[in-house]
Design a protein around this ligand. Sequence first.
Ligand code: UDP
Length: 240
Amino acid sequence: MRIDVLGVGFDNITMDQAVAEGIRLINTPGAHYVVTPNPEIVEICRENQEVRDVVNGADLVLADGIGVIYGAKMLGTPLKQRMPGIDFAQALMAAMARDGKKLFLLGAKPGYADEAAHRLGMRYPGLEIVGTHDGYFKEDGPVVEAIRDSGADVVFVCLGAPKQELWMAKNKEATGAHLLIGLGGCLDVFSGNVQRAPEVYQKLGLEWLHRLVKDPKRIGRMMKLPLFLVHVAGEKGKKK
Ligand code: UDP
């Protein structure tokens, strides 16, 4: 069942259920994709119908940000669990390593995906990383071809939102992969170039604050969070 938050339908599931569903999709013929919207992406969806359709058309829509959890709660339809994309990716890689599934890493600055491949290979023995490509390319064709040639089952697409969502919807079939997952800045973290917030921030739902302190340029983007809460409050008013 999906829970609507300002026009985006979020899957109301636990992390274990999400990983099980991810594995099922990897083993299902055809191309599938997963999105992990935070309040910033929900706000983009409110303004851009194409992005909204692509996000709602995903096989799994996971609530990445604490703001989405608050929003759903304020609307009287709470979600079971927050589902940071990076946690989902890690749990899925552990399962893929057990099943011998193949992963392609796409996105981030040149060199980052290679560094991430090296580190992840050590962290998840059995996980086959069959290719990488940076996220600053002009034409999709050669990238799609590289993924297809690699025989990847899964692609982590880390191009930032909403570029990655649009890219997945457009190219998923041509890649030959069964599952594509939009994961924002995850390769920056997996490569070791960006530190994830300490666990205490994660537990308190303050990961966004840590990112802001480390990279104050994000303030413009983060102003979308209060806007999101204002819109949720407005929606709640309408429901009464
Ligand atoms: N990026 C990319 N190609 C682009 C624009 C961005 O590969 O044309 C990468 C960027 O280098 C970064 C990621 O996409 O690794 C976006 O990270 P951000 O922290 O903005 O994403 P979030 O996790 O907040 O969605």
